[in-house]
Design a protein around this ligand. Structure first.
Ligand SMILES: [Cu+2]
Length: 273
């Protein structure tokens, strides 16, 4: 079972292993390769068949949990020691600190919204973007245009006992999920996408490998919320009969046999250090 660690605590060997596995998945030309993950995120960015799976809906958290599990399994097929690290942006708040170092994610883009110039993903020769919402073939970042969420803001969101609330979308004014996703103050998940900028601000955001570290942290915060309020199925809403969203026992596309209920308890698959 994998243990997901903070990016700031990875050894240089663990950083190199993670980067190498990501690059091997990117180089894979068939099957569920890196670009499959990017295009899947683009497809499910909006509603599919009238259902909001990945965003602006209760299944934001379980959909991305399954998405990260699949990505992590794909990396582990190359190197069984690899787990996705998390970026705790309440602690690591600098453009030049972890995880934006030359031995992991690399740093900022040049100019306003330009190509990343340092690290393993700098320039299209090292990391060519092919499945994209824009024409750039180089990874772009424009970091620091807003303020990252604080530890106090995280604490406030984790203290909300209700998982989600009607109308079950980006307009929900109560419940934990919409604050965690970021359409209600304090806008946790969305704020960090905006703070990195560039590709991270677009629907093809998984083109930036820091996407996985950010979503790993969001999943970790959900796990902390579950540790406090419960991992059982009563801690997901809505339960049944809700149009346009994924109820507790409804399938989450593009997977088969995967529902919010099947991913609620992750503790036999991975844990957080
Ligand atoms: Cu995201």
């Amino acid at each position: 079972m994998g243990v997901r660690k903070s990016a700031r605590n990875l050894t240089s060997g663990e950083k190199a292993a993670f980067v190498a596995a990501v690059k091997r998945l990117k180089a894979q030309t068939t099957g569920r390769n890196y670009d499959w993950f990017v295009t899947t995120h683009m497809t499910y960015f909006a509603s599919v068949g009238g259902i909001q799976y990945a965003h602006r809906s209760p299944s934001f958290l379980p959909w991305h949990r399954q998405y990260l599990i699949e990505f992590e399994r794909a990396l582990q097929a190359f190197d069984a020691t690899v787990s996705i690290p998390y970026w705790d942006w309440t602690v690591d708040r600098s453009i030049t600190g972890a995880p934006f170092t030359a031995d992991l994610m690399g740093g900022n883009g040049s100019g306003g919204n330009g190509p990343v110039t340092t690290g393993p993903f700098a320039g299209s020769a090292n990391w060519r973007i092919t499945a994209s919402a824009s024409s750039s073939t180089s990874l772009r970042r424009a970091m620091g245009s807003n303020t990252l969420p604080t530890a106090a803001q995280v604490t406030s969101v984790l203290g909300i006992s209700a998982y989600d609330a009607a109308p079950w979308n980006s307009s929900a004014t109560s419940g934990m999920r919409n604050r965690m996703e970021g359409w209600q103050t304090p806008n946790l998940h969305n704020s960090a996408h905006v703070w990195v900028g560039g590709h991270m601000g677009q629907q093809d955001s998984p083109n930036d490998p820091v996407f996985w570290l950010h979503h790993c942290n969001i999943d970790r915060l959900w796990s902390q919320w579950q540790t406090r309020w419960g991992f059982d199925s009563s801690r997901y809403l809505p339960a049944a009969g809700t149009p346009g969203v994924v109820d507790l026992n409804e399938t989450m596309q593009p997977w088969t046999g995967v529902t919010p209920a099947t991913v609620l308890d992750h503790r036999n698959t991975y844990t957080y250090a």
